[in-house]
Design a protein around this ligand. Structure first.
Ligand code: SF4
Length: 327
């Protein structure tokens, strides 16, 4: 699936959420419709034969007036036959039967809900304005209308705890969305969270905690066949806008390395470790962090490695074959 994003920063939002600054995330302050026809045309040309959606991201689409929504649909009408549908992001408290009927009538196929947490303490402390029950009901309603449902989650918000994580994982599994995005909370400048952080009343997750938490979520979701389509904020946010929190340009890779490491440790045998050629960067990247963790946990000085181009990414096995390398 290829997505052409049209950003509508904070448009339709009932208020500014404490952690959100779309200006820094999307790098625009106003919807950028200039030249949109040409840009979408190129997108369609470059992705012919591939399933495509045009997405309205960065605001609360279903809280725009119907006229404003119609204007958005008009913009992309010329491409109706080339795309499989429209994707929008919105809030769980901005969904009802009338809204979903309007979405259905206008070729919306995928709805992403910025739920962030299914824990009432976290939602209250983060002033989200809805509770976990509302979030779950919205998921059910969206699925009953046969939209593709995406859920966005933010571990590490105020009042985040082992218990809130458990609630969020379990409720997400109950909601059974088609896909999930996970964004560990980052303190961005110009947000209310920055003030709370600077007053000493909030601490974001450390990088280690964020990696551990995110890998735990992914493993539980993937066991239930819930797809993960994005992990961590995108890599080109300017660092000057990041006040605190576990931001890394390759956060997703760090998490994948953690998951693979845990699986290897679980099945560990004192033999040659055969890994996929696609995973070499996970072992050797980030100053060989994963490799060093493995050695530390197994108390081995070196690990015999065989690299296979036939082994799928994120797969491994232990073998009696001679190693290619001693790492
Ligand atoms: S998190 Fe979503 S609803 Fe809140 S301000 Fe940002 S875009 Fe709007």
């Amino acid at each position: 699936m290829k997505i052409f994003p049209v950003f509508i920063p904070h448009f339709g939002c009932p208020f500014r959420c404490i952690y959100c600054n779309q200006k820094f995330i999307t790098k625009i302050e106003e919807p950028f419709f200039d030249d949109i026809k040409n840009r979408i045309e190129n997108f369609c040309k470059n992705n012919s034969g591939i399933e495509k959606e045009i997405a309205f991201f960065g605001g609360t689409f279903t809280r725009l007036s119907k006229d404003e929504q119609r204007k958005c649909f008009e913009l992309i009408k010329p491409f109706e036959t080339e795309i499989s549908g429209i994707r929008i992001s919105t809030r769980p408290d901005s969904i009802n039967n009338e809204i979903l009927t309007f979405c259905k009538e206008n070729n919306i196929k995928t709805i992403e809900l910025g739920i962030q947490s299914f824990d009432d303490d976290v939602l209250t402390a983060s002033h989200r304005g809805y509770d976990a029950k509302t979030a779950l009901k919205s998921c059910e309603l969206i699925k009953s209308y046969k939209f593709n449902l995406g859920v966005q989650l933010m571990p590490g918000l105020p009042k985040f705890s082992a218990n809130s994580l458990k609630n969020t994982i379990n409720s997400t599994i109950d909601a059974a969305p088609h896909f999930v995005r996970i964004y560990p909370t980052i303190v961005l400048s110009g947000t209310e969270l920055e003030n709370i952080f600077k007053s000493g009343k909030y601490l974001p997750l450390t990088m280690e905690e964020a990696i551990r938490t995110t890998s735990q979520m992914i493993q539980r979701f993937e066991e239930k066949n819930i797809k993960i389509i994005k992990v961590g904020l995108h890599s080109d946010i300017e660092e000057k806008y990041i006040v605190a929190g576990p931001y890394h340009h390759a956060f997703g890779e760090l998490v994948r390395a953690e998951i693979l490491k845990n699986k290897i440790l679980k099945d560990f045998e004192d033999k040659t470790l055969m890994i996929s050629s696609s995973d070499v960067s996970l072992f050797k990247g980030f100053n060989s962090k994963m490799l060093n963790d493995l050695k530390q946990r197994t108390k081995l000085k070196n690990i015999p490695i065989k690299i296979s181009s036939k082994l799928e990414k994120n797969r491994f096995l232990f073998t009696d074959k001679q190693p290619d390398y001693i790492w």
